[in-house]
Design a binder for this molecule. Structure first.
Ligand SMILES: [Zn+2]
Length: 142
């Protein structure tokens, strides 16, 4: 989060904390308005002066967080009882994500090994999670 505060803004806020509030409001509104990840990236690039690569990373991360945390909240609300971390197929997946995936099925209210309730683990994380009423039976067919 500190990189948002250090970033120069074209909006020229009075103080760094104000920039953070504006930035978070922009992202919240963009997601609520159902902008695509590319539209959010373009908005971040244009309004806050980030380069395209950073703007796309921010957009991806925020959309992934909103989607994933929403899925988690909905799953708890409808009574799902277990969850499992789905590791990204991207090369170089971090050790925290690997440890979360290695846990297999865990109770839905338990934190993953890394200390998060649901993906994303970090900026750019492409992992996901699945939620069920019961963990699948682990017995193998003969
Ligand atoms: Zn991940």
């Amino acid at each position: 989060m500190d990189f948002w505060i250090r970033q120069t803004s074209t909006a020229s806020p009075a103080e760094p904390g104000e920039l953070l509030c504006w930035f978070m409001a922009t992202l919240t509104n963009a997601i609520a308005d159902k902008l695509t990840y590319r539209q959010i990236a373009a908005l971040v690039e244009r309004e806050y002066g980030y380069n395209r690569i950073r703007a796309e990373l921010i957009a991806h991360t925020e959309v992934a967080l909103a989607t994933s945390r929403g899925n988690y909240a909905h799953s708890v609300l409808i009574g799902m009882k277990v969850k499992k971390w789905l590791l990204s197929n991207d090369p170089g997946v971090c050790s925290a994500c690997q440890e979360n995936a290695a846990q297999g099925w865990i109770p839905i209210l338990q934190l993953f090994a890394s200390g998060v309730q649901a993906p994303s683990q970090h900026a750019g994380c492409r992992c996901d999670a699945v939620y069920l009423l019961n963990a699948p039976n682990r017995t193998k067919a003969p």
